[in-house]
Ligand binder design. Sequence first.
Ligand code: VGL
Ligand code: ZN
Length: 206
Amino acid sequence: MLKVKVDKQSALIVVDVQNDFCSGGALPVPEGDRIVPLINHYIDIFRSAEAPIFFTRDWHPRDHISFKGYGGVWPPHCVQNTWGAGFHPDLKLGKGDVVVSKGYDRLKEAYSGFEGTDLDERLRKLGVKRLLVGGLATDYCVKNTVLDGLKRGYEVFLLEDAVRGVDVNVGDSARAIEEMVKAGAVKITLRGLVRKKSLCKTTRLS
Ligand code: VGL
Ligand code: ZN
């Protein structure tokens, strides 16, 4: 199994784990809530490694162009300062974590966490080389964030057990994963993470 080291050059990017994408929300992703405990587990690992954690959020004005009635295809969702735009209540945000808002411009869709944000700049300042990306939705914001990360030269890992897709068409998420892998992303799961501590131990023993 492929192993990935979590250290300060690795960043966890949690994409859009917001109420509107979970059950009871305006644009629920099937099984969206199911990833929350897993994301929290990844968060714990990054915290103990003192590695940076970023949370992206969809942050639309109420008349955003992606909304039905305003030229788009989606029901209104993640409207700024509403319950639906809030993070899932069980998600373990902490002090020092960075929230990255996107899709805030009425006239622009922004599926990627890099689009119209300072995410790239912040990652570079921290010396981050490796991104581990999970969240919602596999076939939209996760996919575009992963592809943009690769284009910007990061090593990108897709947290396969901590993503779910909308699947407007059957198979969209599976195809999105194929596309990410073709572009250079590597799929991993929780079991594939190596904590800094266990690495040190291995080094000392050998
Ligand atoms: C998303 C559809 C519309 C996402 C955002 O976060 O994947 N999907 N807006
Ligand atoms: Zn949106």
